[in-house]
Design a protein around this ligand. Structure first.
Ligand code: SF4
Length: 293
């Protein structure tokens, strides 16, 4: 069995370690600050359970870094993590007098928030193309609530029916940073059918635009594909995207999850990591599959 690794090397906006730009950048900020300030630092995170999985978790803990989504657990200083924070959390942190030593929010998340604010300030009704369970929803919902406006979440064409607006009421459409471009083309087409005044801002991040086409290529070129990841944003999109090409899609969180029975009869298998999957985990998965060959 031939094992082919998804080739992300040289893709614009994807660091050499295969992580996404936002996660890679946040890790650098957090480690540098821990070293410079030489004191324990807490990261406020929308997903504290996932915060350090892209790195060596023990190493981060040794550097005095920890993560929480509860401001009550933070005594004096914090860093906002890569996934950002709803405006209400930022305001509460300021009210409590907590020192914000850094904001490691991904620049694409910031861009998405700015697009949402701009649409809302223009008086448009905000529509977000996204899985309703995505960790980024509380941020955008918080922004809409702060400006006293509703937020319509549209994961598929079917949910367009639930938008209780008339044809001529204006809508501003943003997309989840990790959203498969082909599925939102279909949803946007349906929105244009239903509404007369549609404003669109493509807020998908560079990682989605670069990594998902590699998933398609790999899924088409192999008999089965293994996706190593756990994030409900990018990993879910990668699985969804691969399934649009083949039935043989296997999602694992660790090389130990591999089951040799999945690959019986396969001549080739593709392997690719998600945006928070460390390099060693992808390599180990490739090695174990090669050992089966
Ligand atoms: S997946 Fe995209 S939006 Fe999310 S942290 Fe990475 S670069 Fe930023």
């Amino acid at each position: 069995m031939k094992v082919i690794r998804g080739n992300l090397k040289g893709k614009k906006g994807i660091p050499r370690n295969g992580l996404c730009l936002g996660v890679h950048r946040a890790g650098i900020i957090e480690r540098r600050l821990a070293k410079k300030l030489n004191r324990p630092l807490t990261i406020w995170s929308l997903r504290p359970d996932n915060e350090f999985l892209a790195y060596d978790k023990a190493d981060f803990q040794d550097r005095g870094l920890s993560a929480t989504d509860n401001l009550d657990e933070i005594d004096d200083a914090l860093i906002f993590g890569v996934r950002g924070a709803p405006p209400q959390v930022r305001e509460e942190a300021a009210k409590r007098g907590l020192e914000i030593v850094a904001d490691a929010t991904c620049p694409y998340v910031v861009e998405q928030e700015e697009a949402a604010v701009k649409f809302l300030e223009l008086g448009l009704n905000l529509v977000m193309l996204s899985d309703p369970n995505h960790h980024g929803i509380p941020r955008i919902r918080g922004i809409a609530e702060k400006l006293g406006r509703p937020l319509f979440i549209v994961p598929t064409v079917a949910e367009i029916e639930d938008i209780n607006l008339t044809r001529n009421e204006p809508i501003g459409v943003i997309v989840q940073t990790t959203f498969w471009i082909e599925s939102y083309k279909e949803i946007i087409g349906a929105l244009l059918d239903r509404f007369a005044d549609v404003h669109i801002r493509n807020t998908a991040c560079i990682d989605s635009l670069q990594r998902l086409p590699v998933v398609v290529e790999l899924a088409r070129a192999t008999d089965a594909i293994v996706i190593v990841g756990w994030t409900e944003g990018m990993t879910t999109r990668m699985v969804e995207t691969a399934k649009s090409c083949t039935d043989k899609v296997f999602e694992i969180k660790h090389p130990d999850d591999l089951d040799p029975a999945w690959f019986r009869g396969a001549q080739s298998v593709g392997v690719i990591g998600a945006n928070e999957t460390p390099e060693w985990m992808v390599e180990e998965t490739v090695n174990r599959l090669e050992a089966l060959a």
